[in-house]
Design a protein around this ligand. Structure first.
Ligand SMILES: Cc1ncc(COP(=O)(O)O)c(C=O)c1O
Length: 392
């Protein structure tokens, strides 16, 4: 059981506001904050290289902490500075040929789509959209008919940025693997919120960020690559961290996922990420998922009773991104009004998930994303604040 009061005491940022933006950038614990600031102070005292050397053991253990969280070996994790970086490192490491096909799904994230359209323009591969079923998930029958041996990659978003909907991953992976296609899972909104086990899901690669559900500093992220896939991948531009200059005209890539890493990085950020992941491991991700889902369900149930509020999450399996609109009120105005009542939410615009938002005729939705440190009382407070906005 998570000790709510202890967790809230460790999270000063949650005491004077109802913080419902862990899908944007969550609140760190005081220990994570101290890990970052303490290291920056140490860098100022003795210089960045000596300061990093002092923490080399902790830094070396970060990939195993992430591996424990995802259920994989440490050498399959590459540390990056964002989820998008991790995602594009994988995509650009594939040897694209004209005629190769890439499939994206209805909840695709804008940055991924842009990067794939760029690949298509540069290499002559194609990007095609898999239809969405009535329940908001990938239409598996349509996917099955689209798949053939020219499909190299299926890009799937685990939890979209604009909805609590949790995608069926295993079924997509089984179909894609049937024709030899790879599946890259954007788990930016699921890692830290849900129990994500890469072996059980069977994905070939996964990207995630630190700053959202992991409660780690901004500028942190990571890539997981399945062992069988890793050996064939050539990073677009490796440096002396990812490879070794062995003779004047040769180099060797590292055998593991660190081939994707760059030598220079934010050491303080990584120490913060380590602290945040270790904290989550202590709490237990299964328990965190249980509490987070419960808070989101309480919030949805409360919002469903407010006249004028329309919940916008679709599907049978909903995580903790609770999205809604209020009649004709602009989501940005709702966000500002809620902030005035001490409730922090964000807005997800059509540009981030174009396919889904266009299909549903939406310009923007309000997104409220409670983590486990939000108390049931605060959820009720948030519902009350939404009620006041809805009647105003
Ligand atoms: C589903 C999804 N994928 C990718 C990203 C991009 O993450 P980052 O900004 O850390 O690169 C986001 C950010 O909101 C997201 O919600």
């Amino acid at each position: 059981m998570i000790d709510l009061e202890a967790e809230r005491a460790l999270t000063p940022g949650c005491s004077d506001q109802v913080f419902l933006d862990s899908a944007g950038s969550s609140l760190p614990t005081t220990t994570t904050l101290e890990a970052v600031i303490g290291h920056l102070r140490r860098e100022a005292e003795i210089g960045g290289y000596r300061a990093a050397a002092e923490r080399s053991e902790d830094l070396a253990r970060l990939p195993s902490s992430i591996g424990r969280l995802l259920g994989c070996d440490a050498d399959l994790i590459a540390l990056t500075d964002s989820a998008t970086r991790a995602w594009s490192l994988f995509v650009t490491a594939l040897d694209w040929q004209a005629g190769d096909r890439i499939l994206i799904c209805g909840n695709e994230y804008a940055s991924n789509a842009i990067a794939l359209l760029q690949r298509a323009r540069i290499t002559g591969c194609t990007v095609e959209i898999v239809p969405t079923a009535a329940d908001g998930d990938v239409d598996l029958d349509a996917l099955a008919t689209m798949l053939d041996e020219r499909v190299r990659l299926v890009s799937l978003v685990h939890v979209a940025t604009n909805s609590g909907h949790v995608s069926r991953v295993r079924e997509v992976v089984e179909l894609a693997h049937g024709v030899g296609a790879l599946v890259l899972l954007d788990a930016c909104q699921s890692v830290g919120q849900l129990h994500v086990d890469v072996a059980a899901l069977g994905v070939d690669a996964l990207s995630a960020t630190g700053r959202k559900w992991l409660r780690a500093p901004r500028g942190t992220g990571f890539l997981y690559v399945r062992r069988d896939v890793l050996a064939g991948l050539e990073p677009l531009a490796a440096d002396l961290r990812g490879g070794a200059w062995t003779t004047p005209d040769t180099y060797e890539l590292r055998p593991d996922a660190s081939r994707f890493e760059l030598w220079e990085h934010d050491v303080a950020g990584r120490l913060g990420l380590k602290d945040a992941v270790d904290h989550l491991l202590e709490l237990g991700i299964v328990e965190v998922e249980r509490v987070v889902r419960a808070r989101a369900a309480e919030l949805r149930a409360g919002l469903a009773t407010v006249p004028g509020v329309e919940l916008r999450d679709l599907g049978p399996d909903l995580g903790a991104l609770v999205t809604f609109t209020i009649g004709g009120t602009e989501p940005d105005r709702v966000k500002a009004a809620l902030l005035g009542s001490g409730v922090t939410v964000s807005v997800s615009g059509a540009g981030s998930t174009l396919l889904d938002m266009q299909a549903r005729g939406l310009d923007a939705v309000v997104r409220a994303s409670p983590h486990y440190f939000v108390s049931p009382g605060q959820i009720a407070q948030a519902v009350g604040a939404v009620e006041r906005v809805a009647v105003s």
